[in-house]
Structures are given as structure tokens and as C-alpha cells.
Design a binder for this molecule. Structure first.
Ligand code: SIN
Length: 299
């Protein structure tokens, strides 16, 4: 069968919006931008407003040389609103909303958290909006994160495909990923509590095409890790469609990639992007911390 992949052209617009308090530098044609000229620990309300607008526009923004403490990371995150529930960890001591993502140099695992294309915790009733990830120690090479723009991917589908997808609901559940990770690692997957494991496995149905609450733009809500079915369809029907959509969203032309540095902080809009953190840095330590912000029921 011929692979259905587009060579997208003509509908790219990752240009920066005018801003007075921050400088915004787009990183790829599709998405992503570097923000310079500010420190997140002492950001004015005006600069925060521009940063948030840049995030909605570019889907992922990052800043170098921030070196935030856990308290500063938590305080900056809280400017986006309440924190989301984290299914997997209880947070670090004294900062329960700051979740460690640490792989030691001598850890060898085929089942690494985040190593398939996903959106964060879509199995929740109200999945997270923004994720804010901070780098403390990074490998000399590898350990990059890549994002894919799900709004651009939607725009690049044919009108006939868009019409078919518009009324559908996708089942998001952690079960298939949990079983795969447990088979590979030979040990139970860690969840923050048993109740959160049960809820994550049960999952939720969400609109497969969603509308961004601030920009009104539609996007595809499908991923490789958690999208396990489509309401009203058999698995034989839904699986090829979900696989096609994941391949479509994650084609190189719709992505941007970040090479981490210590002190860097990146944030992304889970409503408009998927992300991937490959398991490609065995032998090196990577120490990251993340916060996730509460979202809203998908519409
Ligand atoms: C994540 O999936 O949230 C983690 C991404 C990363 O570790 O780069």
C-alpha cells in the first residue's frame, strides 16, 4: 500500500506576533519559538500576557538560562491557573505540583516515560492544558524533545476527511501503554495512587477534533500512546484510522525539535501539539522537572 503522507506546502504561518515586552524567534516553519529578553522568575504581567499569546500561537515556546528552583517553577506555572492531576507521581518533597522525570546514567530500560508520540494525560476527564518542563541536567547528545502541530495537521487534511472526522469521539486510556510498558520492563508501572491508576485505565471519550478555547482553532486530538478506539467503531475500523492520523500529525514537516541545555525551560499547549521524548541517551543522566496545568473538558 502506498504510504499516505503529504508534502505540505502553502499553509505555514509560524511568524511571531508583535510584542513589546519579550522577543520571539520562531524555530521551524510549522511551530515552536524561542523567547528571549526575560527571566521567568521576575516576569511582569504584560510580559506574561505576551508569552502566553506566543504559546497559543507557536504551541511550544522555550527560554534559555532560567535556572529556576522548584518554588520558582511552581510559582511561574501557577500564573496559568490551577494545576492538573498527575497520574504518575506525587511530586517532589515540599512541591507536590513539581514532578521529577529523572533517568540515571546506569538505568537501562526499553520502557521510557514519554517515548511514544503523546499528549499529556488525555485519559483525564479534563486533560491538562499547558505542560512546563525544566532541565537541570541533560545528556551531551540525545534526550531531545520533539513536538508536532495538531492544528496544522488538521488544516492539511482534505475537506472530505475533515467532514468524516468532525463528529467522532476518541477513547483515551492509559491501559494499552501500561500493559506494553509492564511487558517490556517486567515490573508494574508506577502510578501516584491506585485510584489514579484505575481512572487512567478507564479513560474518557473526547472529541477527536477539538476547538481551542482561546484561539477558536480546530486541532486533531489523537496520539500513538493513549488513543485506543473511536466511539461506535470496531477496533478493525478505528485502528487504521488512528494509525493514519498519528502518522499524518507526526510527519517531519509539522514538527520542531529542542536540544536541551541545563537551565532551560520549555512549555507547550497540549491542546495543539503532540510530543515525543526518545529513549536515546543510555549511559547519560537526564534530570528534568515538569508541572502540568489544568485544562477544560474537550470541545
Ligand atoms: C513528557 O512527555 O512530558 C516528557 C518529555 C521529555 O521528557 O522530554
Amino acid at each position: 500500500m502506498r504510504e499516505v503522507r503529504l508534502s505540505p506546502q502553502g499553509d505555514f504561518d509560524n511568524a511571531a506576533l508583535p510584542a513589546q515586552h519579550i522577543a520571539v524567534h520562531p524555530v521551524s516553519a510549522a511551530m515552536g519559538a524561542e523567547i528571549t529578553g526575560v527571566l521567568l522568575g521576575s516576569l511582569s504581567d504584560a510580559a506574561f500576557g505576551e508569552l502566553r499569546a506566543a504559546l497559543w500561537r507557536h504551541k511550544m515556546v522555550f527560554l534559555r538560562d532560567q535556572h529556576l528552583t522548584h518554588a520558582e517553577h511552581e510559582a511561574f506555572s501557577a500564573r496559568f491557573g490551577p494545576f492538573a492531576v498527575d497520574a504518575y507521581t506525587q511530586g517532589v518533597e515540599g512541591h507536590r505540583n513539581v514532578h521529577p522525570l529523572i533517568k540515571e546514567a546506569d538505568t537501562r530500560t526499553k520502557a521510557l516515560f514519554g517515548s511514544g508520540w503523546h499528549t499529556d494525560s488525555p485519559f483525564l476527564d479534563e486533560p491538562p492544558s499547558v505542560t512546563i518542563l525544566r532541565a537541570v541536567e541533560v545528556p551531551p547528545y540525545g534526550g531531545d524533545t520533539t513536538w508536532a502541530d495538531t492544528q496544522l495537521a488538521w488544516r492539511m487534511l482534505s475537506p472530505a476527511m475533515q467532514a468524516m472526522l468532525r463528529p467522532l469521539k476518541v477513547h483515551m486510556s492509559a491501559e494499552a501503554n501500561m500493559l506494553t510498558q509492564e511487558r517490556i520492563s517486567g515490573k508494574p508501572m508506577a502510578f501516584a495512587t491506585e485510584a489514579r491508576r484505575v481512572a487512567a485505565v478507564q479513560g474518557n471519550f473526547h472529541p477527536l477534533v477539538r476547538t481551542h478555547p482561546y484561539t477558536g482553532l480546530p486541532s486533531l486530538y489523537v496520539d500513538e500512546v493513549y488513543a485506543v478506539g473511536i466511539e461506535g467503531m470496531t477496533e478493525a475500523e478505528s485502528r487504521p484510522l488512528l494509525d493514519f492520523l498519528t502518522r499524518h500529525i507526526t510527519q517531519a514537516g509539522f514538527t520542531c525539535r529542542l536540544r536541551w541545555e541545563p537551565g532551560m525551560i520549555a512549555m507547550w499547549d497540549n491542546r495543539a501539539a503532540l510530543h515525543l521524548a526518545p529513549n536515546d541517551y543510555d549511559g547519560f543522566r537526564r534530570e528534568m522537572y515538569r508541572t502540568t496545568m489544568a485544562g477544560e473538558r474537550r470541545v
